[in-house]
Design a protein around this ligand. Structure first.
Ligand SMILES: [Zn+2]
Length: 358
């Protein structure tokens, strides 16, 4: 298995941030267009390097600071549209056939766009990207998730925005941002609104902060998926033995097939896990949790889906059937109608891996 062969494999990503995946050259060009002069570098290579280094600090808070620069150049219709279009194209070129890309509309209001306009321009960019990707022979379907910032107070409004756009390409809702001090239960009315409207959501939980955050996200908020959730390992005991024991929360996550949106490189960069070979991905996979592979922020982690999968292959010795299982796990967990999920699994993912497995 090589990077080139993994690129050929059909892949699905559930956890990818729009403002974490810009092309460095695009950041520079959009900054020039909109008069943003705070960028830490003036050429694409140096800028790419800066993002990678700044994100490598081992602190989620420092990591999140890098987003000030990407968000700053995504404040205009053209900026949003271009970033969304290129996102779809870049994912498609990497062999991703289904993607859920999230962003926080409330962070894109600096130049007088309304929340609805921000979402409309972004969706238009995704649709353009899908069209161009199909023309290039690499079809992809992109679903947008809307994120509310956990330190802010607009989550109910963003939940309403999500429901308003549910038939126009928005698949679900999320909360993100610094976890410590901002428990998910702070946004209970947003989650209640989502549940009352039979709408789905994921919650960033168990990344920087431990088990209580995961417990709240599940038991009080009722999330359908967990963003990261790596700290579920706090509730798994004797994990170095043949028969680890699971606590109440870990059992619940496994029994209910709650998908874990694991992001290997990002989890190391933010210090959620100390090193890739210490990542609980393999433990969770062996215990048959519903694990999925994700990119989180392709720019900050200098990565893509193929590179994340290659790292897992090199670290844990996975083969094609493992990568197929993780991909089907993701597709089963997607926030699109069940028949659409089945169609992608049966008509795209399984035939694609059948060729690779040989
Ligand atoms: Zn994330």
């Amino acid at each position: 298995m090589t990077l080139a062969s993994i690129r050929q494999a059909p892949k699905a990503v559930l956890h990818d941030h729009l403002d974490g995946g810009l092309r460095p050259a695009t950041v520079l060009e959009l900054a020039e267009d909109c008069g943003y002069d705070q960028l830490p570098a003036t050429d694409a290579e140096a800028l790419a390097h800066w993002f990678r280094e700044a994100a490598d600090s081992g602190s989620l808070e420092r990591y999140l600071e890098t987003f000030a620069h990407t968000v700053a150049v995504m404040q205009t219709p053209e900026g949003l549209r271009r970033v969304a279009r290129e996102c779809a194209l870049d994912l498609a070129a990497d062999g991703v056939v289904y993607a859920e890309v999230r962003f926080a509309p409330e962070q894109h209001l600096e130049r007088d766009l309304t929340l609805d306009e921000v979402v409309e321009h972004t969706l238009a960019g995704f649709r353009e990207g899908e069209r161009l990707a199909a023309e290039a022979g690499t079809p992809i379907r992109v679903t947008c998730l809307l994120t509310a910032m956990r330190h802010a107070a607009r989550s109910r409004e963003i939940a309403e925005l999500t429901v308003r756009f549910r038939d126009r390409g928005v698949g679900g809702f999320d909360i993100a941002g610094a976890e410590a001090g901002y428990p998910p239960s702070r946004h209970l009315d947003a989650f209640e609104y989502m549940r009352a409207n039979c709408a789905q959501f994921t919650i960033h939980a168990g990344e920087a902060f431990g088990l209580p955050s995961i417990h709240e996200a599940l038991a009080f908020c009722g999330c359908d998926r967990l963003g990261h959730g790596v700290r579920i390992t706090d509730d798994i005991f004797d994990s170095d033995t043949a028969e680890p024991t699971l606590g109440l929360v870990a059992n619940y996550v496994r029994d209910k097939r709650i998908p874990l949106e694991l992001c290997p490189s990002s989890n190391v960069q933010t210090g959620a896990v100390p090193a890739l070979d210490k990542h609980p991905f393999d433990l969770l996979a062996r215990l048959r949790f519903r694990v999925t592979v994700n990119t989180d922020n392709r720019l900050m982690s200098d990565t893509d889906m193929s590179r994340e999968m290659l790292k897992l292959v090199e670290t844990f010795g996975y083969g094609w059937s493992d990568l197929e299982r993780f991909t089907i796990n993701a597709m089963k967990s997607a926030f699109i109608p069940f028949p659409d999920r089945l169609r992608i699994i049966d008509e795209v993912i399984k035939p694609g891996y059948a060729v690779l497995i040989g």
